[in-house]
Structures are given as C-alpha cells and as structure tokens.
Design a protein around this ligand. Structure first.
Ligand SMILES: Nc1ncnc2c1ncn2[C@@H]1O[C@H](COP(=O)(O)OP(=O)(O)OP(=O)(O)O)[C@@H](O)[C@H]1O
Ligand SMILES: [Mg+2]
Length: 246
C-alpha cells in the first residue's frame, strides 16, 4: 500500500489526562477508512492533531511521499498541503446559493489573486454543475443554501471541500441528524470521493459504517484497539467489552 499519512507513537495529554496514547496507524493514498470507538476514545482529537489544531506531545506524523513532518506546522499550512476537514456542524454560507457556495470554494483554491480577479468562466460553471451532481444537488444549484435540509447542507459542505481537491478528507460524524435516505446518499458520496483520495470518517452509526464497506480502526483510550473489516473488529472480544463498558 502506498502510504499518504503515517501517525506513529503519537501522544497528547490535556492537564495530565492522556487523550491520545502512543497512537499509530497509516492511511493509504486512495482509501476510505472508518474510525469508530466509544465516547472520549480520542477520535476527534486524532483529527485535531492531524490538522494542527492540537499539538502532539510526542510521536511522528508524516505526510506524502517525502514523509514530511506535520508536527509544528500551522493549521493553514497543513490545509494547503491538501488536508481538508469537515466539522459536525455545516458551515455553508446560508444567504448564498448552492452554486455560489461551490464557486467560492473553487475560488479559495486559487488563492488570493484568484479571489481578487475572479469571474466564473463557463468552464467553472460546468465544473460546479458536475460537483453538484456528485453531491446530489444538481437540481438545487440556484437555491439559497439556507433553504436546504440538514443533510443537503452537509453534502454541500462536502462538495465545497472536494472542490478544493484535498488529498485527505477528514469527516467527523457526518450521519448525525440525517434521515436514513440522507445517510445512504452520504455513504455513496464518500465511497465515490475515496476513489481518488483518502477519506477518513469518524462515525458512531454502525449501519452507516457497514455501508461504507471499508477498513475500520477502533480507537479506545487514545490508541488503536483493533483494525480490519467491520465484521472482524466487531467479533473481537476486547472491542465488544469496550462497547459494553466492561
Ligand atoms: N481541548 C481539550 N482539553 C481537555 N480535554 C480534552 C480536550 N479535547 C479532548 N479532551 C478530552 O480527550 C478525550 C478524547 O476526546 P475526543 O473528543 O477526542 O473523543 P471522541 O472519541 O471524539 O468522543 P466522541 O465520540 O464523544 O466525539 C476526552 O476525555 C475529552 O474530554
Ligand atoms: Mg468526537
């Protein structure tokens, strides 16, 4: 497997509490990975460390073919290296249309000059229409984003992240608050996005994780407890015990 991200021996403590403890794992260049684990297992903190929001106390975080260290880099720098992150709450611009939101994401990718001199070309509009199709919003391009359902807003935000063409996309609990139909559509979007990049999804909903049909990493007390297919990890007694709180 061709590694994109390698975390090895990473630990983080908050006031003496070890939230991440000697954490090690790898993500391949094109891979969909689900991260599960009980509340407080360190799933969100793991994403905070990779994106530079939280600093690791020890360990290595290497990125790309050169194994560039991400430790100590700013959040902005890490984002520019191709790591996109989606938080739980959608942060789309509600007064702007779906099309405008996606154009804005495209514009961001072009940097400061792009923002100053930006006029959408026919080509940009075509690309935006194509992305809208991929996130199930082709028929909603001219609607104000504030009018979309919660699930549609989540898709729009995923589309805005994809418009920036990240090599790694980190997504925390996308299924929360979605209807069953929206969840199904979301798995389709993520599976497709992971064909050309790495996508790491933290999720509690096991039906959702099952539909992702990918390798699963189980975190517990800030370390990897088990890894493999969902069937493999859920057959693991240590995983069962952790979920039952034993
Ligand atoms: N900034 C912080 N300061 C202090 N403690 C923190 C901080 N961030 C996380 N923690 C603690 O670290 C532990 C791991 O938290 P984290 O949010 O990563 O868990 P999680 O696996 O995402 O849980 P959940 O499934 O509930 O979202 C928790 O005990 C949490 O209280
Ligand atoms: Mg969390």
């Amino acid at each position: 497997m061709s590694t994109l991200l390698e975390v090895s021996g990473v630990s983080v403590s908050f006031d003496g509490f070890r939230a991440i403890s000697n954490l090690s794992f790898r993500i391949a260049k094109t891979e969909l990975r689900a991260v599960i684990g009980p509340n407080g297992a360190g799933k969100t903190t793991f994403m905070d460390i990779v994106t530079g929001k939280t600093r690791a106390d020890e360990g290595r975080i290497s990125w790309g073919d050169e194994g560039t260290s991400l430790r100590g880099l700013s959040e902005a720098r890490i984002a520019r290296m191709g790591i996109g992150r989606k938080f739980q709450k959608p942060t789309v611009f509600e007064d702007q249309t779906v099309q405008e939101n996606l154009l804005m994401a495209l514009k961001n990718k072009r940097g400061v000059f792009g923002v100053l001199f930006y006029r959408p070309s026919d080509r940009d509009l075509d690309r935006v229409a194509e992305w809208a199709g991929e996130i199930g919003l082709a028929d909603h391009l001219l609607r104000k984003s504030g009018e979309l359902s919660h699930g549609q807003k989540q898709w729009l935000e995923i589309g805005m992240l994809l418009a920036q063409d990240p090599r790694l996309l980190l997504i925390d609990e996308p299924a929360a608050g979605m209807t069953p139909q929206e969840r199904e559509k979301t798995t389709d979007i993520l599976v497709k996005a992971a064909r050309t990049r790495a996508v790491v999804v933290v999720e509690h909903d096991m039906d959702f994780v099952r539909r992702l049909n990918c390798k699963v990493t189980v975190l517990h007390e800030g370390s990897v407890l088990a890894e493999g297919s969902l069937d493999h990890v859920t057959a693991n007694q240590a995983v069962v015990d952790v979920y039952l709180g034993r």
